[in-house]
Design a protein around this ligand. Structure first.
Ligand SMILES: Nc1ncnc2c1ncn2[C@@H]1O[C@H](COP(=O)(O)OP(=O)(O)O)[C@@H](O)[C@H]1O
Ligand SMILES: [Mg+2]
Length: 230
C-alpha cells in the first residue's frame, strides 16, 4: 500500500493583491510550504511582505487566487472558522513584540492556550516549558518592563510556539534588535521551530537571517522569485 503524501501546511496559488488606490502589489503568486519547512522572504520596503502575511493569516482578502492552510481554503471559511483556524494552527512573531505589560511573562506565553480554552495549571506548565526552550525559565514571574528587546523577542517566540501551531508567521522578527542580538535570536528561533517541526514563513531584511532558512525568496510584482544572495 502506498502512503498518502503529506499535505502541505500552506498552499498559495495565483494570488493577486492590489492596495486601496489601485496599485498592484503582486499577481500570480504561488507558494507551497511542507511541514517543518522554513522559508525566508525578502524584498524591498513596500513590496507587500506584510500584506502577504496578513493574507496568509486570513486577516485580509486577496483580489484573486487561493490560500489553503492545512488543506482548508481560507475563502471558503466564514469569519468564525477563519478565526478558529488562525488561533489553533498559526503562530505569530511580530517586529514589535506585543508582550502584554500587565500579564506576567509566563501568563503572556500561556495566552494562546488560554484563548484556545486550555487554561489553568497545565497551560502554565506548558508555558513554563517553552520559557525554558528560549532560556528564560527563571523569568516567568517577571513583567515585560523588566526585559531587554532581545529577551522580549524570545518571549514572543515562546508564545508563538506554545500551542504547537502548524505554521509560524514572522514579520521582521528581529528588525528592532541590534545585528548581533538579531542573529542570535534568529538562530534560536530557527532551532526552536525546527525542533517543533513547524513550517515557518519569515520576513527579514537580513541576509544572515535568511541564510538559516531552507529557501530564500524575494517578493516582487511577479510573485515570489528565488533569491541568489547579496
Ligand atoms: N490599508 C492600506 N491602505 C493603503 N495602502 C496600503 C495599505 N496597506 C498597505 N498599503 C500599501 O501597500 C504597500 C505594501 O505594504 P506592506 O505590505 O506593508 O509592504 P512591506 O511589508 O513589504 O514593506 C505599501 O506601499 C503600503 O503603503
Ligand atoms: Mg512590512
Amino acid at each position: 500500500m502506498s502512503q498518502a503524501p503529506t499535505a502541505p501546511v500552506l498552499q498559495i496559488t495565483g494570488l493577486r493583491k492590489t492596495v486601496p488606490g489601485g496599485r498592484m502589489l503582486f499577481d500570480g503568486l504561488a507558494l507551497q510550504l511542507q511541514p517543518g519547512e522554513i522559508v525566508a522572504i525578502m524584498g524591498e520596503s513596500g513590496a507587500g511582505k506584510s500584506s502577504l502575511l496578513n493574507l496568509v493569516a486570513g486577516l485580509d482578502l486577496p483580489d484573486a487566487g487561493a490560500i489553503a492552510v492545512r488543506g482548508q481554503d481560507l475563502a471558503k471559511l466564514d469569519d468564525d472558522a477563519r478565526t478558529t483556524l488562525r488561533r489553533d494552527h498559526i503562530g505569530f512573531v511580530f517586529q514589535a513584540f506585543h508582550i502584554l505589560p500587565h500579564l506576567s511573562l509566563v501568563q503572556n506565553v500561556a495566552l494562546p492556550l488560554v484563548l484556545a480554552g486550555q487554561g489553568g495549571a497545565p497551560a502554565l506548565a506548558r508555558a513554563q516549558a517553552m520559557l525554558q526552550e528560549v532560556s528564560l525559565g527563571g523569568r516567568g514571574a517577571d513583567y515585560a518592563a523588566q526585559l531587554s528587546g532581545g529577551e522580549l523577542q524570545r518571549i514572543a517566540i515562546a508564545r508563538a510556539l506554545v500551542h504547537q501551531p502548524a505554521l509560524i508567521l514572522a514579520d521582521e522578527p528581529t528588525g528592532n534588535l541590534d545585528p548581533e542580538t538579531a542573529a542570535r535570536i534568529l538562530e534560536l528561533f530557527v532551532r526552536t521551530v525546527r525542533k517543533s517541526a513547524v513550517a515557518a514563513l519569515i520576513v527579514t531584511h537580513s541576509e544572515r537571517a535568511a541564510a538559516v532558512a531552507d529557501r530564500v525568496l524575494v517578493l516582487t510584482a511577479r510573485g515570489l522569485l528565488a533569491h541568489h544572495g547579496a
